[in-house]
Design a protein around this ligand. Structure first.
Ligand code: ZN
Length: 133
């Protein structure tokens, strides 16, 4: 794995949180994107070399809605850059980690992504992401 690509934060409302993070980071949101496969709407910020992704549930029972119901708003996942997502998924699987998807899937921001089950990673949802070839 390489650098932290972004940190994902679950929010109830992008309409409320985008202006808040624009003030906090003193930079405009540069992209919003709906990811149908995950039932989320996302908003991205670049702060120096760091990227923040806000996630809002697109449905009442989506993964982000469920997360907020259980834990409240807050850090949802940490995403790492990988150069070969399939190789990294195979490596992690052989190390005993549980992949939440067996094949890379289309994520936000033109990435192929895979998530690791947080039960095997000290409660932290880990996302692998590789730029789409
Ligand atoms: Zn993410």
């Amino acid at each position: 794995m390489e650098k932290v690509e972004h940190i994902g934060i679950a929010v109830k409302s992008l309409a409320a949180s985008v202006p808040l993070f624009e003030k906090l980071l003193n930079t405009p949101c540069y992209k919003t994107e709906a990811v149908a496969s995950e039932a989320v709407r996302t908003a991205f910020f670049q702060s120096g070399p760091n990227k923040i992704e806000l996630l809002e549930s697109a449905t009442e029972d989506g993964v982000i809605a469920k997360f907020i119901e259980k834990k409240g708003e807050g850090i949802h996942h940490i995403a790492f850059d990988v150069t070969d997502i399939r190789a990294e998924m195979a490596r992690l699987k052989s190390e005993g980690f549980t992949l939440l998807n067996e094949q890379p899937k289309a994520g936000a921001d033109d990435k192929l992504v895979c998530f690791l089950h947080p039960k095997g990673t000290n409660g932290v949802l880990i996302e692998l992401c590789q730029p789409k070839p």
